[in-house]
Write a protein that binds this ligand. Sequence first.
Ligand code: FO1
Length: 329
Amino acid sequence: MTTNNSIPNDGPVVALAGGVGGAKLAYGLYQLLGDRLTVVVNTGDDFEHWGLTICPDLDTVTYNLAGINNLEQGWGLADESYRALEQVTRYGGESWFRLGDRDLGTHLVRTQTLKSGATLTEVTFRLKTEVGIRASILPMSDQPVRTLVHTDEGVLAFQDYFVRRRCEPRLIRLEFAGIGAARPSPAVMSALNDAAAVVLCPSNPYLSLDPILHLPGMADKLRGLHAPVVAVSPIVGGLALKGPAAKIMAELGVEVSPVAVARHLTGQIRLDGFVLDQTDAASASDVAALQGVTPLVTDTIMGDHASKMRLAQNVLQFAAALAQTTAAA
Ligand code: FO1
């Protein structure tokens, strides 16, 4: 039985997310769904730094759902200090990657727990549980995948490109190193099996969603689901709200538009619904022309708590309506 305001009451929801933009919608979904939500997170941005295993998107999602995230920055912890990093710079150490003192605690525990033989899934479960999160947060894979950015200045590790070089080099192509040997984790596949809806959060489709979608077996898995698959555009009015999506899409020779994002996704998976911002209402017909995709035009700007909840509510209602139509079909 579908309730009038969201997917079937007992239906678990799986969200695919990367960093900043995706984490905001994951937060909104968490407020509505609690332990019915599973967030599958990109790990292509992960890297080793100062001997520590750093997983930016997993931490951004975890901190957002726990309500301890730094709202202004979009990443890292609130009430943060950088005394350790100040000491590092006193010794002439590199400080381009801003590691806060509290954030260091996450990296220390994760690195030590991984070294003791735990999987990234197990470590993530411990960290999210200790900060009181009832939803599941799952790395997309327990095998390492590293996004490499091929640029006009050579090949850069993701954080080198994104943070140290501030995305200045011209992007030629992305490579997800290790992805051929990686698999979606068993926990991810199990969550997808049980999902009443799958939501692709408004993360950069090239940087944050593609590493998840390109995992061997993932696209087939999503295509085989009866549950509706809904994506939210990260591009609003030809601009990327957060991060370099617009520049990257321009350098990839892709039109910087919600329709281009929808086309990119439908080129890989079955997409049942695509959510555009009302700024782009005129593009809804172009989205509807894509095979099997139903557009939803709504306010997708998530500037505060209420707007994150509202978008999450609209996305879930949209998925419920799609579930009914596919069930009826
Ligand atoms: N992004 C920056 O632009 N500058 C930073 O110094 C920085 C440090 C940082 C530390 C921990 C962490 O979890 C994320 C951090 N980020 C920083 C964001 C990160 O590079 C991006 O959020 C993702 O990799 C892209 O989604």
